[in-house]
Unconditional design. Structure first.
Length: 277
């Protein structure tokens, strides 16, 4: 008990001393300049050593590790090639699945017999899943390993996509609103994961812009060609349900790539992630 009181008294005295150091140091710097500031620090260090009865530890000066500059071509060889492939696929999935749902859902609903007013109403309520999904993602994203999170979200999109496509004719208006809400929720959780977390994290410092930029470009390029594939599938005997099965296939391919080629970035330092030697 006496030891605890003594330690508390010493901490109180040290706090008062530090407050004095702070005030007098500011005054010395303002009145006399940097030289007097340095002298004041030396005096205060001596006072602290006298008060504690122990010498202050030496100041360790470490030079930061220089950032290795990587050329753009480094994205296509060695360890970075795997990240380029995974980053591109992850963002291809984000773009194709997100925009296919947004663009195709009103057409699917019209094909089920709903007029334009009702299909727009149902689509609008389904889109409330977007902010809800991003909010949920912000709460759980750092609690689950990145690769596991990616596979869970991709599997969820695939499962809900197939369920929506196959069950749509039997769900009714309320059921379709619920399914599109859930689908939008998990899709926008994936949007948050892909564009704001996983892909930006996977690059060394000197390749963050080039790596993320190239992956985003591949995602946008996929949007040029994927609508033609969607149109052909929808026009086939598979109909609208085939579009959701197509989304599920895309999600499954990307999930396999994340499992076998992806890097784990959760909890890793920038230096460790940047080690691509």
């Amino acid at each position: 008990m006496g030891s605890r009181k003594k330690r508390g008294r010493m901490m109180s005295e040290l706090k008062e001393l530090l407050e004095k150091v702070k005030l007098e140091n500011i005054m010395a710097f303002m009145i006399y300049g940097a030289d007097s500031r340095r002298d004041a620090f030396e005096n205060y260090e001596k006072e602290i050593e006298k008060s504690t009865g122990k010498p202050l530890p030496p100041v360790e000066i470490t030079n930061p590790k220089p950032v290795k500059k990587l050329p753009f071509t480094a994205l296509f060889k060695g360890k970075l090639l795997r990240r380029t492939i995974v980053g591109s696929l992850v963002l291809i999935g984000m773009n194709t699945i997100q925009y296919t749902l947004m663009n195709w859902m009103p057409s699917m609903l019209s094909g089920l017999g709903y007029d334009t007013s009702k299909s727009q109403f149902m689509t609008m309520f389904g889109l409330f899943g977007a902010p809800f999904g991003i909010f949920i993602a912000s709460l759980i994203m750092d609690k689950i390993p990145r690769r596991v999170m990616g596979v869970i979200l991709l599997a969820g999109m695939a499962g809900l996509g197939v369920a929506t496509g196959l069950l749509a004719p039997t769900l009714g208006m309320t059921g379709l609103i619920v399914m599109t809400f859930l689908l939008n929720t998990i899709i926008y959780m994936y949007v948050c994961y892909a564009s704001a977390v996983y892909v930006p994290e996977m690059w060394p410092t000197s390749a963050k812009l080039s790596g993320s930029g190239f992956s985003n470009a591949m995602g946008r390029v996929s949007n040029i060609f994927f609508p033609f594939l969607v149109t052909n599938v929808a026009a086939s005997s598979m109909g609208s349900g085939g579009v959701f099965i197509l989304i599920a296939i895309v999600a499954a391919i990307i999930a396999v790539a994340v499992i076998f080629l992806g890097v784990e970035t959760r909890g890793e330092s920038v230096e460790d992630i940047g080690d691509v030697e």
